[in-house]
Ligand binder design. Structure first.
Ligand SMILES: O=C1O[C@H]([C@@H](O)CO)C(O)=C1O
Length: 547
């Protein structure tokens, strides 16, 4: 079955956290419309760019785009940007049931509000390995009052100006900024806590019923913890894969991750409860994001009689890592990975300087996207469209102290890529290190386009290529598309290069991606079918642009 959507992207004033801000919307909404589909459906989205002066592109996060790599929506990788006034048609199959996302993949437009959810149901006659009475979707994000264009300018300036911590956390696009907390006085026109746009999200439940909550994050910077006061959550799905159920009090969610949890309304039904989310992994200065769990028939306006739970302390990496280690593929749904990798790529994650600019790099190379999308450049063999120098497979680990500021802070930028043998098995070891600030290492959620990967290991300190692989979980590893890398640690993933196309692998923190924290993989590009002319028109593909 084909599901057809017509979307218009525009700027509109919105007050998601009571503070009025120019927000990027789809058909007037942020978050945008939820795509509801069934496994096997074809999704057609006509995106009209009505932004007055900005290009755009939309990525379908977690959808592998098998046979349609040109619909991945990664500007500079799979397509030219959609110009103001232009309409681009994305067409792809949702080949797997689960919880997925979509968001802008141009500049830092995701942070401006251009994102939403894709919920894919199992085919008729199939059932999922857990039961519930009803389901609700909960999409989390962080929110800034400054425009992303101003922020991008700071990131690409000398001296470097970082975006800082967000002003608010939003639950389903709603938060509450303390209008009187600002140092400058703001009028009610600009910030008004009684604006209905910023009334909290209400999750209404019937006592004793069980709910499936799909919980995802599209924060631009923050890692989050999510909890429902007084209730445990049973994790059953992660990034579209069934999880061997386990119970948490608070769920850690990194940007780009999706989960399903089961919630039973088993507590005192005479009151309502707080739903709360807080920043972890960075020292927070953002207040909790709050919503209400409403036990009907109580009034949803009845405030919980308690103070909202503050959540875990921000730097408790051990419990975040414990959750990562607890996520295993569900019995009966395990796809075991190949026992060995054909190629192992170790990527050292560092913050660096490139020509005086602050950037992030992998093995001392910071990605600079070319003007010509890789997919077109590779398919039509345009060797001058990007840097042909091979990218480094490793870093000089014997000589590198991951616990200190880099000895040589300078890195280079390049548009070079990793070319993978088609159908080969690839391990990527993400190695974390110290940033340019002494005694500081940050968390990074890594997201791979075009694939699901097995999460085969996590570790502390420097990865030991002799011994650590012996500890990999090759028995029941979960498959995901986004995985956290913890401070001063390493994360190992394995995937099969079986999807013809060009795929970006990047830190899902939007500022970090903007600052070059990404690599590009190519596999089987010769097998890619004819590219639609709509992905062309920029860089060296101007001549190819069809009518
Ligand atoms: O990329 C970043 O830059 C800042 C800081 O390292 C320098 O201001 C920060 O916290 C980041 O995540």
């Amino acid at each position: 079955r084909v599901r057809h959507y017509r979307w218009e992207v525009n700027y509109e004033y919105k007050s998601p956290d009571c503070f009025k801000k120019l927000t990027m919307t789809i058909n007037g909404k942020s978050p945008g419309p939820t795509i509801l589909a069934q496994q096997g459906d074809t999704i057609v989205v006509e995106v009209k760019n009505s932004l007055p002066t900005e290009n755009t592109a939309i990525h379908w996060h977690g959808i592998r785009q098998i046979g349609t790599p040109w619909s991945d929506g990664a500007e500079g990788v799979s397509q030219c940007p959609i110009l103001p006034g232009d309409t681009f048609i994305y067409k792809f199959v949702v080949d797997k049931a689960g919880t997925f996302l979509y968001h802008a993949h141009y500049g830092m437009q995701r942070e401006a509000g251009l994102f939403g959810s894709i919920l894919v149901a199992v085919p008729d006659g199939e059932s999922e390995p857990f039961i519930y009475d009803h389901e609700h979707n909960i999409l989390l994000n962080d929110w800034y009052h400054k425009s992303t264009l101003d922020q991008a300018e700071g990131l690409s300036s000398i001296p470097f100006v970082f975006v800082g911590e967000p002003q608010s956390l939003l639950i389903n696009g709603r938060g509450k900024f303390n209008c009187s907390s600002s140092s400058i006085s703001i009028t009610e026109e600009v910030c008004n806590t009684s604006n209905p746009q910023c009334s909290p999200y209400i999750l209404s439940v019937t006592p004793r019923k069980t709910y499936r909550l799909r919980i995802s994050s599209l924060t631009s910077l923050s890692a989050l913890s999510f909890q429902i006061e007084g209730h445990n959550l049973t994790v059953v799905e992660a990034d579209g894969h069934y999880v061997e159920p386990f119970v948490v009090e608070n769920l850690y969610v990194y940007s780009g991750e999706t989960y399903s949890v089961l919630l039973t309304a088993s507590q005192d039904p005479s009151r309502n409860y707080w739903i709360s989310t807080n920043v972890v992994a960075r020292k927070p200065s953002t207040p909790l994001g709050l919503a209400i769990l409403n036990y009907s028939p109580n009034s949803p306006k009845k405030m919980p009689p308690t103070i909202p739970p503050p959540g875990p302390v921000w730097n408790d990496t051990a419990s975040a890592l414990a959750q990562s280690l607890a996520i295993k593929a569900r019995h009966g749904f395990i796809r075991t990975p190949p026992p060995k990798a054909d190629r192992v790529i170790v990527l050292l994650n560092t913050q660096n300087k490139v020509d005086g600019y602050t950037r992030w790099s992998l093995n001392n190379v910071s990605l600079a996207l070319p003007l010509t999308p890789y997919l077109v450049a590779l398919k039509y063999k345009l060797p001058h469209a990007f840097d042909q120098t091979p990218t480094p497979e490793n870093y000089d680990s014997a000589d590198y102290d991951i616990y200190s500021v880099p000895k040589n802070v300078n890195a280079t930028s390049s548009s070079g890529i990793y070319r993978l043998d088609f159908n080969s098995t690839v391990d990527v070891i993400l190695q974390n290190a110290n940033t340019l600030t002494p005694n500081n290492s940050e968390s990074h959620p890594w997201h791979l386009h075009g694939h699901n990967f097995w999460v085969i290991g996590f570790g502390d300190g420097k990865f030991d290529i002799e011994n650590d692989p012996k500890k990999y979980n090759l028995v029941n590893p979960i498959m995901k598309n986004t995985v956290p890398l913890y401070p001063y640690g390493w994360t190992a993933i394995r995937f099969q290069a079986d999807n013809p196309g060009v795929w970006i692998f990047h830190c899902h923190i939007e500022t970090h991606f903007y600052m070059g924290m990404a690599v590009v993989f190519e596999e089987g590009v010769d097998m890619v079918g004819d590219l639609p002319s709509s992905v062309m028109g920029c860089g060296q593909t101007k001549a190819f642009h069809g009518p």
